[in-house]
Design a protein around this ligand. Structure first.
Ligand code: NAD
Length: 465
């Protein structure tokens, strides 16, 4: 990352300034000849990104898109820093009478194109930096699919498996109340992410509604159907992974019937995607989750696997149809055509990328590939379907849910799946055209399409005051 720093010209306030209008795009974000007094890209004081950290990865991805933004590049700082970041303390009385404190966040990265939109993650390792990166990716994702949303994300540093149901409800309600000052159906709409689900969304919706004195179904998405949830939402992210994978396979001349698929992460996203690939005739030859890694070169029978995962809380121990357990690291050596990454970020390192045998990598998870690994995969001719379009199916059906809640008119599951398919295919075609035009990766093309929309909106709105 360029880090120019020069003193402000006397009489001109110190601050962060962007490139002059009409400056060459690749110069935005650096010091311009003759304009040395301009300070740009002063790093944020509250975050310390590294090349492999989530926010560092996000910033590196933004850097790569700069040459393709033309005059809009002067607004690039807009997407390099979150608009608003809230850190909250969540105190609750635990079941044993002690007082537990948890750290929570809600980051609104961009509200330029509409209300914030993005999930809430419960994980003991969540940090402000991770939530910032996830919120940035939400801005890109929502703009790439052309949804009328900005980008946001939330999280609590907690291991929900160590809480009782009552404690989980208390943590959720207090967190919702604390971030209640910045969320709302027209302001910022949370949704489920890792370790959060429809029940947690129901508690969030109820807490917000009680606090504002009116039932506000549109404040969160991913709710239970009886509370204004949408049909098709639970499996929408996995469906989007499948749809983008299907389109990419078609362009690669890869027949899904008989294709070998390896899946990392067998939760909401991974299991739904695996099911759709399986229905299309693909063989699920390897699955890895937090509990273990199982492989079967003949393909697993998913009908048997799903009940096992539910009962055993993971894939470990599953041998259906002659599968074997292998060491976690061996997962990356699996002979396969398609690799679905649907666990957590930072999983595909450069070293692992050198071993991957797939022709196509589908990023169901957010940020699973570090930038150095992206380069290795590109050199090896492995196509990467980036997270910012690959897993956009979830937020697209969240958008449908929000629209349905406002109109109080609900669609059938077939209508939802059809509309999701159409939107994803259209968005991907647009991105692919951009990639072909500039001869750039699908990731940079997705960032280019999205940044153009966000920065155009920023420019048209203008700066207040
Ligand atoms: P989930 O909690 O349902 O599933 C996560 C899966 O990852 C589980 O199978 C878990 O065992 C596995 N996992 C965790 N740590 C692992 C490790 N170290 N190695 C291997 N596997 C591991 O979560 P999810 O909702 O399926 O989300 C998965 C990813 O997809 C996340 O990155 C999330 O941000 C992203 N995503 C989710 C949605 C959604 O709608 N749920 C939407 C967009 C993106």
């Amino acid at each position: 990352m360029p880090k120019p720093h020069v003193a402000a010209r006397p009489g001109r306030p110190a601050g962060v300034y962007s490139a002059a209008p009409g400056a060459p795009a690749h110069e935005a974000g650096v010091v311009f000849p003759g304009l040395e007094e301009i300070r740009v890209n002063e790093p944020l004081s509250f975050v310390h990104p590294t090349p492999v950290s989530a926010w560092g990865t996000y910033l590196a991805q933004i850097d790569r898109v700069l040459p393709y933004l033309g005059p809009l590049a002067r607004w690039i700082e807009t997407v390099r820093r979150p608009k608003r970041a809230l850190i909250v303390d969540i105190p609750i009385e635990m079941d044993d009478g002690t007082i537990g404190h948890f750290e929570g966040y809600r980051v609104q990265h961009s509200l330029t194109r509409g209300p914030g939109k993005g999930g809430v993650r419960y994980h003991p390792d969540v940090t402000l930096e991770e939530v910032m990166a996830l919120s940035g990716w939400m801005s890109i994702k929502n703009a790439a699919v052309n949804l009328p949303f900005g980008g946001a994300k939330g999280g609590i540093r907690v291991d929900p498996k160590r809480l009782s149901r009552k404690e989980l409800e208390k943590v959720t309600r207090r967190y919702t109340s604390e971030i209640g000052v910045i969320i709302g159906p027209q302001r910022d709409i949370p949704a489920p992410d890792v370790n959060t689900n429809a029940q947690i969304m129901a508690w969030m919706m109820d807490t917000y509604s009680v606090n504002v004195g009116a039932t506000a179904t549109g404040v969160v998405t991913g709710k239970p159907i009886e509370l204004g949830g949408s049909l098709g939402r639970v499996k929408a992210t996995g469906r989007g992974v499948f749809v983008t994978g299907r389109e990419a396979a078609r362009r690669l001349g890869l027949n899904l019937d008989g294709a070998r698929v390896a899946v990392q992460g067998f939760g909401n996203v991974g299991s739904a995607a695996a099911e759709l690939f399986f229905q299309a005739g693909a063989k699920i030859v390897a699955i890895q989750d937090h509990s273990g890694t199982v492989v079967n070169s003949h393909g697993f029978e998913l009908a048997d696997l799903m009940p096992h995962v539910r009962a055993a809380d993971g894939v470990a121990g599953f041998r259906g149809g002659g599968g074997d357990a292998v060491d976690a690291e061996a997962f990356w050596d699996t002979d396969c055509d398609i690799l679905v990454c649907a666990a957590l970020e930072g999983q595909v390192t450069a070293a692992r990328a050198a071993r991957i045998k797939a022709r196509l990598v589908l990023e169901g998870a957010n940020g699973p590939t570090v930038p150095a690994a992206d380069d290795v995969l590109a050199e090896r001719g492995i196509l990467v379907m980036p997270d910012v379009i690959c897993n956009a199916g979830g937020v697209t059906v969240s958008y449908f849910e929000w629209v349905q809640d406002f109109s109080s008119f609900f669609w059938t599951e077939d209508e939802i799946n059809l509309r999701l398919d159409r939107i994803m295919v259209g968005a991907l075609k647009n991105i692919w055209d951009k990639a072909d035009h500039h001869r750039i990766s699908l990731r940079t093309a997705t960032f280019a399409v999205a940044c153009e929309r966000i920065l155009n909106a920023r420019q048209e709105r203008g700066l207040y005051p």
